[in-house]
Design a protein around this ligand. Structure first.
Ligand code: ATP
Ligand code: MG
Length: 265
């Protein structure tokens, strides 16, 4: 985590996600937000452990990181199945010949395994906008159909980016893939997060950071937690109480690191 910032836990959102999956009315959700708003952190540090605690086998995959998202999804599901008490089953299932060539077949097979588990699987699909690229159209439809059939055993949460640069790709406007699932805006971090950071900061012995100044910086940084972490680290390092100087440096730093994102973005 940037600048050694402590994780601000978000148990209420995780509990709410798990509760709706448990009730069974919704088996697939789509969660979207702009870049750098804390989506991945939420999936890995809040939802995944809470879901594990609640009895789910969690499969996480960033589909933008693989040239073959079908295989990546299948591998993630197989990994979750392997971690289960029925690991022996995975090892004994024959691997289809087509496994190495067809991500869709791999996915079907992996979901079949999930079907035989005593615990439900929670599939966390990060950078999900990748699936709405034309190259992955077939996979996206296959995944949708498979998740529909396996809705009792496999719950899915798709997290993706929707911002000015790519409003259409993350398909709320036009992509049928994401229209089938329940879509929601990712709840962005707010003043509670700023208060949490400021209170940890108080213990550091550095020049005090007034809450009001911290809130001002957070707003200027468009509520991006990583950027805010950079601001706090910078303010701390300067140790001169100059909020505006630390903010200016952070804004420059953020602009410099805003290199083009991965192809799936
Ligand atoms: N709950 C949190 N507590 C503390 N810091 C956080 C939290 N969530 C996110 N961050 C910080 O914000 C940074 C960006 O978070 P993250 O990578 O999760 O965002 P993202 O929305 O997945 O970004 P991208 O769209 O680029 O994938 C992280 O590196 C981390 O430093
Ligand atoms: Mg992310």
């Amino acid at each position: 985590m940037e600048s050694g910032q402590r994780h601000f836990p978000r148990p209420a959102i995780a509990a709410q996600h798990i509760a709706t999956f448990r009730r069974g009315l919704i088996s697939s959700r789509v969660m979207f937000a702009r870049r750098q708003m804390g989506k991945t952190t939420y999936l890995l540090q809040d939802l995944a452990p809470a879901a594990q605690e609640a009895g789910y086998r969690v499969a996480y995959v960033d589909v933008s990181q693989s040239p073959d998202p079908g295989h990546a999804l299948a591998e993630a599901i197989r990994g979750a199945v392997k971690r289960s008490r029925m690991a022996w089953l995975t090892n004994r299932l024959p691997v289809p010949a087509a496994w190495r060539h067809d991500g869709k077949i791999a996915l079907t097979d992996a979901l079949l395994m999930a079907n035989r588990q005593s615990c439900p699987i929670l599939l966390l699909v990060d950078e999900a906008q990748t699936l709405s690229l034309p190259a992955h159209e077939n996979l996206a439809y296959a995944l949708r159909a498979l998740l529909d059939v396996r809705r009792n055993e496999v719950k899915a949460l798709f997290a993706g980016t929707a911002d000015k640069a790519q409003p259409r790709r993350f398909g709320l406007a036009g992509d049928p893939f994401f229209q089938w699932a329940y879509a929601e805006q990712f709840p962005v971090l707010g003043p509670e997060f700023v208060e949490f950071v400021v209170s940890s900061f108080k213990r550091s012995g550095s020049h005090p950071l007034p809450l009001e100044s911290a809130l001002h910086a957070f707003t200027h940084l468009h509520a991006r937690p990583g950027a805010f972490g950079h601001f706090v680290a910078c303010y701390m390092a300067r140790n001169d109480g100059d909020v505006e100087a630390a903010l200016t440096i952070t804004i420059r730093h953020e602009a410099a690191r805003a290199t083009p994102y991965r192809s799936g973005a």
